[in-house]
Design a protein around this ligand. Structure first.
Ligand code: ADE
Length: 226
């Protein structure tokens, strides 16, 4: 069971990704508890502001430290956290290795940024890991948080029906997955590879390994050199 607290100014962006399919089932079965916290609820300002102009001038508002610090303090009083993660385009690029390691955590805080960024002192004093989901800029960290949580939760034992399924995913073992087929046997004259119908499990396994390697060499040769 992993407990995940997500801090955001737009919790609505995160309700649907966690309320269907595998993510909802994982919560129902008690494998994960996901709590959304609206940073605005921790603002002591009259208008519940959570951002301000940046010192030194420049366009764009910056998220203030006070409400974020107040929310983190409240959470830390309730449990010990393995990591406090900030999602940002200048964080470490997310890969399967990071997901595997985070899936072993008990308690995580995930902070979603917005506007021009957050006061650097939050990053310096509270954040233990900074993660980017790709070399592009999102409007906020929420969609990145949904991606990160999905990658972590599906790795918790018992979340996927077929236990071996997460282990045979692309990127585990630094290999992409081989192609897969289902019925019909033939569509528009396009046939399923003969070997998959042979019933020879050894030969099928070998074919899958070859295809996985071939695909990785072709599409992601960088994975083979990691
Ligand atoms: N926030 C904005 N862009 C992001 C990205 N690429 N990854 C994680 N968080 C982000």
């Amino acid at each position: 069971m992993i407990h995940i607290d997500i801090l955001t100014v737009v919790p609505q962006l995160l309700t649907s990704p966690f309320s269907a399919s595998i993510m909802q089932r994982a919560q129902d079965k008690g494998h994960v508890k996901i709590c959304l916290h609206n940073i605005r609820d921790y603002s002591t300002e009259k208008h519940k502001n959570v951002d301000d102009y940046q010192y030194g001038g420049g366009a764009g508002m910056v998220m203030s430290i006070e409400p974020i610090a107040a929310c983190i303090a409240k959470l830390k009083a309730q449990r010990n956290y393995d990591d406090i993660i900030y999602l940002a385009p200048d964080g470490k690029l997310l890969d399967q290795k990071i997901c595997n390691s985070l899936s072993l955590a008990r308690n995580l805080i995930i902070l979603c940024g917005h506007y021009k960024g957050i006061d650097e002192r939050v990053r310096e004093h509270f954040i233990t890991k900074e993660i980017s989901i790709g070399s592009y800029v999102l409007s906020g960290g929420e969609l990145a948080a949904a991606v990160l949580v999905d990658t972590i939760v599906r790795l918790i034992p018992g979340v996927l029906n077929d236990e071996s399924s997460a282990l045979s995913d692309s990127f585990q073992d630094n290999l992409l997955s081989p192609p897969v087929y289902t019925r019909p046997l033939e569509f528009n004259g396009w046939k399923v590879p003969e070997i998959l119908l042979s019933g020879n499990t050894k030969a099928i396994e070998k074919w899958r390994e070859e295809k996985a390697l071939e695909r990785t060499k072709e599409r992601r040769p960088d994975l083979l050199h990691e």
